[in-house]
Write a protein of this length. Structure first.
Ligand code: NA
Ligand code: NA
Lengths: 116, 515, 952, 165, 132, 90
């Protein structure tokens, strides 16, 4: 099972990174989402896999899976959600402002002009 | 003492939601509270610094859970210093933003800045690796908001890049933390230090990966080559006060490297052998080079400032990468200098840009040109590391500390030669910006004003004078840093000693606040 | 007077002229002069002690850790230079008062000048080589300002930058050299270093230090091949040229060579490098000077030449050489400053410095004529003027110097140098003052007021006095200084004019006669000179700097071309390389954990995950489709979390994913629906390789971790053991989140809150730009179906929303003991409200929404923070939780916990953040003309025939 | 608006929510009833603006009967459709669109009808007409579309008319 | 009692499994997109329904009390499935409107999803007053 | 005994069903069909979770099942609304 799990994480990472290397904002955001799936599963798996041992204390049950990585993943999911929301919004606004959703900048040496 | 430690984090964390809830529509009130908050913060951090000067490592156990099971905040000399820097910088930035009107060019400047302060302070104070990640994210997301404050197409696109790059960095951070937890089973930094020292020699590979990933994450934040690519576009496109406050952001990366790679993966720790020392110094030297070269190559004031920032952090990283107490002491001195000098440079650059536009080569006289020229001169001297300002002292300290390093020739050559490039670049920029406007042959810049009018750019003719106050304040700090180099350096040496005696930290954290 | 005060006075004084300029030019100049005079007096007060062989010191520690301290000392050499600097400075200040015109900002000028003066005084009084470097670089900086003083002149700006570049480069070399020197000697204290000749000269690093230090000296003192900046610095106002470029700054290099003479001189390396450079510079400068038509250029190259001469003398490494050098420094300062001032007067009066346009000024400007002639003759080495004396001493010394076994090389070249020197000196007199009066001067000249000529006149008096009575006027001084240079007491002959018929006299004679001949032949020679092709230093320098700038810009812009794809690729490859390095240099033990058996259902899940992920890549150009596939990935991940004992994660993952998809769909509405195929095959191949490598790396890493046990006990055992006891909850994950690691959660909700307000702020910013109008007039890029708010959806939502809120409440309250918690509850509540937004539209729903989302976020964070602060009243740290049980009569007991209050904060922050973000995004689509009066478009029970009619 | 309607805008919803709470808690206790009831009052109060009107439901008995009919039909239809999917050739299926004229007027009633049609396998309600007087239904296999229309009207709509209007 | 419970549970499990499978099989087998839309109804109603009933019986037999969680899930599914189907059908008609031959919408103008008047976003302010 | 066979049978059925849904998601032509398949997969996943609950004799999956039932609907509606009107909240 570990092999399947690890390979799934590998595939998610690979696909995420491939999309991150694209030239439009949207696939890059998709790639970041995939990458965050990968890292969440990764972080989760550092507690080692176990089946049927959720970390909810029950009378008479002795073995529980490692709860800490789960808590960390929860935090990570939330944070990456916030980050995704922000980058989606910035990307959309950049697209609306410039009518161009390429992620590369043509003239990085040109400065920003204030619209506001 | 005890509860004071958490205040630098909690105070801004209370202020920001207060702004959002109660005085969202009252900029004046926000300004008042923002300044008051930062002033109080300064008082608190100075008190904490005063406390930390004694050499005691204070620990604050959040939720009353003992380390390593709960999260702790740790106040030692270094973290105290860093929060003092943060709050002082924040004061200058807040005042500049208010007086220059930058805070009114978009929404929520003040709450975002408070959150940013909170994130930065938390990153400096925390004694828990995952909590560090959380605070990194707090400061990053606040920085995303601040970076695109005011909007505009180019700035937004630069923002997309900034966020995307940092999201990759954050992901890497999680990979690193996962690896470290997966091996050592702990996240507390002091506990990790104990475990990293005890890890069996035949089982080091995974922890080494974790360590090096961590180093890379921090290198991204510190803008070490080749992980610096996020910086030029974002710093040069960020609003000036924000860019000025970002001066502390690269320091978060530098701080983290200094902390983690003295405490957990210290130069003596077997598991960390060859991880940081082997490549970081070269990367740092390349950073210096690219930064200074960029300074000479920039056609715009903001971009030039961004690159000289890279050069400055590069110098800092050279010192850090040596991982000796002397070099780290030099690094700490240079860090203080670099924070204020970079901020000052960005604010001065903003004054220039506000009055005459960003392009270095255009000829347009500006209001208050003489004072700004003097300030630019001061900032440039500081950034380029010319005497007599602290940049020079810092550079001397770094060079002197590198004397025993195997790559001393390389380090000296790169640092000195790139200084020259920076001097030439800054002199060129300064003379074009401030002197060329008076060129007798150019009709005193009329052509460019026409162009400007065509482009619809309006430059203020009655620029406010109050923004000069924080800039002079920063300059005064730099001068004080120069004059009191001795005491400051004494503190830096004490701090470095504390860093290289990690047992103090470990004992304080693991034995609890009572010990 | 304390040396501190002497060194500080000019710096402090620099403030006065800048401030006093409003009080008038005289006040300004007087302030500058007074400060200088005061400092000069301070030096002179100490003079008797120094002349008696004493050393005046003053010490304050500045940065003792580094060894950089404010240690000053004044011995003969220091005093000599300080007097020179302050004395000539005073004269220059007087001169400049009359020289500068009304348009020139005089306050700035004096401020810069005093800064420079202070820096120079600092150099010569420093007893610490790092301090010396500080002042050294300060002279570069202040001279940059002074040269560029006339900012309207391009020549001034360029000259300033050139000077700064060259002397700055030298300064950096000097820093290196001083650091090496200090590290050899183990101290940066100058007087301590001066005692360590053997140690230093035997060090393997001696040559390094020597070369680096000499680079500093040579650039500053305009020695070949760094001489070219000096003539370009002549774009500065003449007082600056006279001060910096004849009397003081260019002598800093000489000073330093003299200062370090005891430890650096005396070796072959010293001799060959220094004396040869000096000689070449001397000859070259003299030759070029002869052919310069600009008065100041002539003087500049003559200065180069004379600096070469002094360098040559210092390079000899002998006592007599040192004596001659010191003497010539004094003499050159007097006659050259006078000459510069004369040139300035001529320029000032005739409005030209072009020798070819001058001539015949003797009768028009008699005073100037006298001054300039005496100074020129001294420069030419004509007895009985002081220039003659030192030049004789030089020639005498040269005449018995062997260079690489050659007895004639030095004497011959020195004579040639002297000869050209005489020639250009004569030319200065002949072509400017002699000859017929012309009628085509740009301005009718006459002698200036006394204010302008008093300074050069005073200097010329010195020229004569020293020439006539060398021993009486300067004997003691020169010897004391030479002692200081040598670092030991020497045995000297008294200074005198007549030494008898020596080889030097012959050489002098040849030089004078030859000089006259050269002057006679000037016209044909000049033609030849002009016709001779030779490298133009400025062109080369500009070319170099231009190339440097272009190269820098090229490197920078190529490297930072805005292609984030490349940035990211570099990032990832770098991480992979270093990760691989860290792995291969470590050791990994064998697998220690048995693997779980593969079961069918998770295998199907694996298949679904991998297939969907690969499909996302394959179909990523169809953006909607890739979002649907992300939905698949999310579902499978949720199921996997369930399977692997992580119910909380499953809940979170799913609810986050739904919100994310809603968000992305909202954004996608305005964006292109497809991604064009843009990247080349090569790039795609590269990307695939990078991605696969990263995938393998990450997969391999986690596999290695999963198949091995923890190296140490994990801290989560504590969490499991204390969750109920200490945290009052059975759901350990939730207890970790709200209690053990509540601080993380506190940060996390802040992240979420910030995300929302950032999104809000962007919307605000965007809606104030032209984008708003574009959005209002936007034509949808795909056909739009009718019936925006279907009846069925609205009705179902009316039931689903309250039920979902109920579920949210349940998830919230049970979260401490069962899967759930404030965060998930918040998301579910938010989704319930989103459902309402989707059903009846933004306008209708928002009009019925009375809580400001900002406030909800803020209250969430505040509730969490205040809950955390509440612990203080118990004397406990931030976020310490408390819980207990309440037993109401007739009912079962139930648990209360402050953690629940904290969780409430989380709940509120999440609800507020999600809704604020979505509301902000929705505002892009909002149109004031969209009907928001009805919750549904079609409603047959409405009496209007059931339908909302829209038209354009 | 009466005071009662003000605090109990949807009394039936309050009951439903209390039941939902009990179902969530999955264990009967008076604590749960009281807490569920409090939430059941609070939540409709909060969302009152989003449900401005209040559907009238006449007879709970009829509701129960209706539910019984629907569950029975679901069983029957499931078997029928399973047979069609498994054993009929694809080209033998005769899918059909039908337009069901509606006498029902209240949105809640229409929704219930449409949901019923969808939940019984073999038919899916697809759309309303532009003024809401007809329901578009797709049948998986309907050789006689009119019979299906009639069945819908007889079995469901007439019952719903009694319940809702 | 336990025996009967197990058997009942098993029966409902088998029934649920079969109908769930048939539903997804239909999704593959049926060629007409509109016909495919019928498939999930099976999975939803009798497929999951069967399993839920099985679970209900099982928990009653095993734990001795009625677990009503399953009813709640059923409630959600029965509430949401029709709306999902409606939207998917609408989307289908919208995207393939030219291919489908729809019956007459009675005395109304057209089917709502094809109503061009409501597909525009702008409405006439003056036409209607407030209702509800 | 019979119960566990029935459970395995049901697992197999729904597992197979999920695989078929996946197949449909991957091979379908339009987005609409894929959303339909995804929605079916959500429903089948619910069944699998309930089965797992029966097998493990636990109620720990209940919350997840419920949330999936609730939220699968939201995302399906969102996709469909996007296809219909582009704007999912208007
Ligand atoms: Na979904
Ligand atoms: Na049906």
């Amino acid at each position: 099972m570990e092999l399947l799990f690890a390979s799934a994480i590998g595939v998610l990472t690979a696909c995420g990174i491939y999309l991150i290397l694209r030239q439009r904002t949207f696939p890059v955001i998709l790639g970041l989402s995939l990458l965050s799936y990968a890292v969440n599963l990764f972080l989760f798996a550092t507690g080692r896999l176990s089946v049927g041992a959720p970390p909810i204390l029950q009378y008479g049950v002795e073995t529980y899976t490692d709860p800490l990585p789960q808590a960390l993943v929860l935090t990570a999911i939330v944070i990456s959600f916030g980050m995704t929301a922000v980058i989606v919004m910035i990307a959309l606004s950049a697209y609306l402002s410039e009518n161009d959703d390429r992620i590369d900048m043509d003239n990085p040496s040109e400065p920003a002009k204030d619209d506001a | 003492m005890s509860h004071w430690i958490v205040l630098p984090i909690v105070l801004p964390a209370l202020l920001a939601p207060f702004f959002l809830m109660v005085i969202r529509h009252h900029l004046d009130l926000q300004r008042i509270f923002s300044v008051a908050g930062v002033l109080v913060l300064n008082g608190i951090t100075l008190a904490l610094l005063n406390h930390a000067m004694s050499g005691e490592v204070s620990v604050y156990e959040l939720g009353d859970w003992p380390a390593p099971f709960g999260i702790v905040l740790v106040l030692d000399r270094l973290s105290a210093l860093m929060i003092v820097l943060t709050s002082q910088l924040a004061l200058a930035v807040v005042l500049y933003a208010i007086w220059s009107g930058w805070d009114n060019r978009g929404r929520h400047f003040h709450p975002l800045l408070q959150f940013q302060i909170m994130g930065v302070s938390g990153a400096f104070m925390t004694g828990d690796a995952f909590n560090l990640f959380v605070f990194f994210e707090v400061l990053l997301i606040a920085s995303y908001g601040l970076m695109i404050h005011g909007g505009g197409g180019t700035r937004l696109r630069a923002g997309v890049q900034y966020v995307a790059y940092n999201l990759i960095g954050s992901t890497l951070f999680l990979f690193a933390l996962g690896t470290i937890y997966g091996v050592a089973g702990t996240l507390n930094m002091a506990d990790l230090a104990v475990k990293a020292a005890e890890i069996p020699a035949e089982d080091t590979a995974l922890l080494r990966i974790g360590a090096v990933l961590l180093l890379l994450v921090f290198s991204v934040k510190a803008a070490v080559l080749p992980l610096h690519f996020w910086l030029p576009a974002s710093y040069s496109n960020a609003p000036a006060p924000v860019a000025a406050f970002f001066a502390i952001m690269t320091k978060v990366g530098a701080y983290s490297i200094l902390r983690m790679f003295t405490l957990i993966f210290g130069p003596e720790t077997p598991v960390a052998q060859g991880l940081a020392g082997e490549w970081l110094v070269y990367a740092a030297l390349l950073t210096v080079a690219v930064g200074m070269i960029g300074t000479q190559g920039a056609a715009h004031v903001a971009r030039m400032t961004a690159f000289i920032t890279i050069g400055s952090t590069g110098t800092l990283m050279v010192a850090i990468s040596l991982f000796t107490p002397e070099a780290s002491a030099a690094a700490i001195y240079y860090l203080i200098h670099s924070t204020f000098a970079t901020a000052m440079m960005f604010l001065v650059a903003d004054m220039i840009i506000e009055r005459r536009g960003d392009s270095i080569s255009q000829r347009r006289p500006m209001q208050h040109g003489g004072v700004i020229a003097a300030l630019f001169f001061g900032a440039a001297v500081a950034m380029a590391g010319m005497p007599p300002l602290s940049g020079f002292i810092g550079k001397l300290l770094v060079l002197d500390a590198a004397w025993d390093a195997p790559d001393v020739v390389l380090i000296w050559s790169v640092v000195l030669i790139t200084s020259l490039i920076a001097i030439i670049g800054l002199a060129r920029a300064g003379s074009l910006v401030f002197w060329k406007a008076f060129d007798t042959g150019s009709g005193r810049g009329d052509v460019d004003e026409d162009t400007a009018r065509r482009e619809g750019v309006v430059f203020p003719t009655d620029a406010p004078r109050l923004p000069f106050v924080p800039v002079f304040g920063l300059f005064a700090v730099l001068i004080a840093l120069t004059v009191f180099a001795g005491p400051v350096m004494r503190f830096a040496e004490d701090t470095a000693d504390q860093l290289y005696t990690p047992q103090l930290y470990i004992d304080a954290v693991l034995k609890g606040p009572g010990s | 007077m304390s040396l501190f005060l002497i060194a500080a006075l000019p710096f402090l004084g620099a403030v006065f002229p800048a401030l006093l300029i409003r009080a008038g030019r005289n006040a300004c100049a007087s302030a500058a002069g007074a400060v200088t005079l005061l400092a000069l007096i301070g030096v002179l007060v100490n003079a008797p002690r120094v002349m008696a062989g004493g050393v005046v010191t003053a010490q304050i520690d500045w940065l003792p850790q580094l060894g950089m301290n404010l240690h000053f000392f004044m011995d003969g050499l220091g005093m000599f230079f300080a007097t020179l600097i302050l004395g000539i400075g005073l004269l220059i200040i007087i001169y400049a008062r009359y020289y500068l015109s009304r348009e020139d900002p005089m306050g700035q000028f004096y401020a810069y000048l005093l800064l420079f003066q202070g820096a120079m005084v600092g150099i010569v009084l420093s007893d610490n080589i790092l301090l010396l470097v500080v002042f050294w670089e300060l002279t570069s900086l202040s001279s940059f300002l002074l040269i560029g003083y006339w900012k309207h002149l391009p020549a001034g700006r360029q000259g300033a930058r050139m000077a700064l570049a060259v002397t700055g480069a030298g300064g950096l070399a000097l820093i290196g050299g001083m650091l090496v020197l200090g590290n050899i000697a183990g101290t940066y204290s100058l007087s301590e270093i001066l005692d360590q000749k053997e140690l230093i000269q035997s060090s393997p690093l001696y040559l390094t230090a020597l070369i680096l230090i000499l680079l500093g000296c040579f650039t500053k003192s305009a020695q070949f091949p760094f001489h070219f900046w000096l003539p370009h610095a002549m774009a500065a106002p003449t007082p600056v040229s006279a001060y910096l470029h004849s009397a003081t700054m260019v002598k800093a290099g000489l000073f330093l060579m003299a200062r370090l003479w005891p430890v650096l001189a005396g070796t072959d390396a010293w001799f060959y490098i220094v004396s040869t450079t000096g000689l070449v510079t001397m000859v070259l400068g003299a030759v070029i000077a002869l052919f310069k038509d600009d008065l100041k250029a002539l003087l500049a190259f003559s200065t180069v030449s004379h600096l070469g001469l002094i360098t040559l003398l210092l390079g000899l490494g002998t006592q007599a050489g040192a004596l001659a050098a010191v003497f010539h420094i004094l003499n050159h300062a007097t006659f050259k400053a006078a000459l510069f001032m004369s040139a300035g007067i001529i320029d000032h009066e005739t409005h030209t410095r072009d020798i070819k346009r001058l001539g015949g000024l003797r009768t028009l400007m008699p005073v100037t004529f006298v001054i300039a002639t005496i100074a020129s003759l001294s420069m030419a080495g004509i007895p009985p003027l002081n220039g003659f004396l030192s030049k004789e001493m030089m020639l005498e010394e040269i005449s018995h110097t062997t260079w690489l076994d050659s007895h004639w090389f030095f004497p011959v070249l020195a004579t040639i140098g002297a000869l050209f020197s005489a020639a250009y000196s004569f030319r200065f007199i002949g072509h400017v003052f002699l000859g017929p009066v012309r009628d085509d001067y740009p301005s009718k000249p006459h002698d200036p007021g006394v204010g302008m000529w008093i300074s050069p006149a005073f200097l010329v008096l010195l020229v004569i006095a020293i020439g006539l009575f060398p021993e009486a006027v300067a004997g003691n001084l020169v010897r004391t200084v030479t002692d200081a240079v040598m670092g030991e007491y020497g045995d000297y002959y008294p200074l005198k004019i007549w030494h008898g018929v020596t080889p030097a006299l012959y050489m002098s004679g040849i030089a004078v006669v030859g000089g006259l001949i050269l002057l006679a032949l000037h016209r044909p020679l000049d033609k030849g000179w002009i016709a001779t092709p030779r490298p133009e230093a400025k062109t080369i320098f500009d070319g170099l700097v231009g190339a440097l700038t272009r190269a820098c810009r090229g490197i920078t812009d190529t490297l930072h071309d805005g292609a984030i794809g490349r940035y990211a690729a570099i990032f990832i490859v770098f991480v992979l390389v270093l990760g691989g390095y860290a792995f291969t240099t470590g050791a990994m033990g064998p697998q220690t954990r048995p693997m779980l058996e593969i079961e069918v259902l998770p295998a199907i899940g694996w298949f679904g995950l991998v297939a969907a992920t690969l499909c996302i890549v394959a179909f990523h150009r169809n953006r909607l489709l890739s979002l649907v596939l992300i939905g698949v990935v999310g579902l499978v991940v949720t199921m996997l979390f369930n399977y692997f004992s992580a119910p909380d994660l499953a809940l979170t993952q799913l609810s986050v994913e739904v919100v994310t998809i809603v968000l992305m769909l909202l954004a996608l509405n305005f964006m292109p629906k497809t991604t064009p195929r843009e990247s080349s095959v090569g790039r795609r191949t590269r990307d695939v390789l990078i991605s696969v490598a990263a995938g393998l790396g990450v997969g391999g890493l986690i596999f290695a971790i999963m198949t091995r046990g923890f190296a140490f006990d994990t801290i989560s055992e504590f969490h499991l053991a204390n969750s109920y006891k200490g945290g009052g909850g059975d759901n350990v994950v939730n207890v970790i989140l709200v209690d053990f690691r509540g601080f993380d959660t506190f940060g996390e909700i802040i992240v979420l809150g910030i995300a929302a307000i950032v999104i809000y702020a962007i919307t605000e910013a965007i809606m104030q730009t032209s984008v708003r109008a574009r959005l209002l007039n936007r034509v949808p890029d795909q056909p739009v179906a009718g019936d925006a708010h279907p009846l069925m959806m609205v009705v179902v939502t009316r039931l689903m929303m309250p039920v979902a809120l109920m579920v949210a409440a349940y998830i919230f309250f049970r979260g401490h003991n069962l899967p759930g918690g404030g965060f998930i509850a918040g998301l579910i509540a938010a989704i319930a409200i989103i459902m309402q937004y989707m059903a009846s539209g933004f306008g209708w729903a928002a009009a019925r929404q009375h809580f400001p989302y900002h406030g909800i976020i803020g209250s969430g964070v505040l509730v969490a923070a205040v809950t955390g602060l509440g612990a203080w009243f118990n004397g406990m740290p931030f976020l310490t939780s408390a819980f207990g049980y309440i037993h109401p009569p007739g009912l079962e007991e139930f648990e209360w916990a402050t953690a629940a209050l904290f969780d409430l904060g989380v709940f509120l922050a999440v609800v507020g953040a999600v809704l604020l973000a979505l509301e902000s995004l929705s505002r892009y689509a909002w149109n004031p003309n969209i009907d928001s009066r009805h919750p549904m478009d079609i409603n047959p029970s409405r009496d209007d025939n059931g339908r909302v009619i829209r038209k354009d | 608006m009466s005071l009662f309607r003000r605090f109990f805008p949807h009394p039936l919803l309050t009951v439903l929510l209390t039941l939902v709470w009990l179902m969530l808690v999955n264990r009967f206790s008076w604590n749960s009833v009281i807490f569920g009831f409090l939430l059941g009052v609070f939540i409709p109060f909060v969302i009152r603006p989003y449900w401005p009107n209040n559907p009238r439901i006449s007879s709970p008995l009829k509701v129960a009967r209706y539910i019984g009919v629907v569950i029975y039909d679901i069983f029957v239809a499931n078997v029928t459709v399973a047979y069609q999917i498994l054993f009929m050739r694809v080209d033998a299926l005769q899918p059909a669109w039908i337009s069901v004229p509606l006498r029902l007027r209240t949105p809640e009633a229409i929704t219930t009808l449409a949901a019923t049609i969808t939940l019984t396998p073999g038919t899916v309600s697809c759309d309303l007409s532009s003024e809401g007087h007809n329901l578009l239904v797709h049948c998986l296999h309907a050789p006689d579309p009119d019979a299906v229309i009639q069945e819908i009207i007889d079995r469901y709509e007439s019952r719903l008319m009694e319940i809702f209007e | 009692m336990g025996e009967i419970g197990d058997i009942l549970t098993a029966i409902f499990l088998v029934v649920g499994g079969c109908f769930g499978l048939v539903g997804s099989f239909g999704l593959i087998k049926l060629r007409d997109p509109m016909s495919r839309l019928h498939a999930p109804t099976k999975a939803t109603t009798l497929g999951v329904g069967g399993v839920l009933i099985a679970s209900l019986i099982h928990s009653f037999v095993l734990e001795g009390y009625v677990s009503v969680h399953e009813l709640l899930i059923t409630l959600f599914l029965f509430l949401t499935a029709p709306v999902t189907a409606l939207f998917l059908a609408k989307a289908h008609i919208h995207r393939h409107s030219e291919e489908e031959v729809l019956p007459s919408p009675g005395k109304d103008t057209c089917w709502a999803v094809l109503d061009e008047r409501t597909s525009r976003q702008i409405i006439d302010e003056a036409e209607y007053g407030q209702d509800e | 005994m019979i119960l566990s066979y029935a459970l395995y049978f049901a697992f197999a059925c729904f597992g197979l069903a999920v695989l078929m849904n996946l197949w449909k998601i991957i091979t379908s032509e339009g987005v609409g069909d894929r959303v339909l398949a995804l929605d079916t997969m959500v429903v089948n996943s619910i069944a699998i979770l309930v089965l797992a609950g029966i097998q493990e004799g636990t109620e720990v999956f209940f919350e997840a099942t419920m949330i999936i039932a609730m939220l699968g609907f939201v995302s399906t509606v969102a996709y469909a609304r996007f296809m219909l009107r582009g704007n999912i909240i208007e």
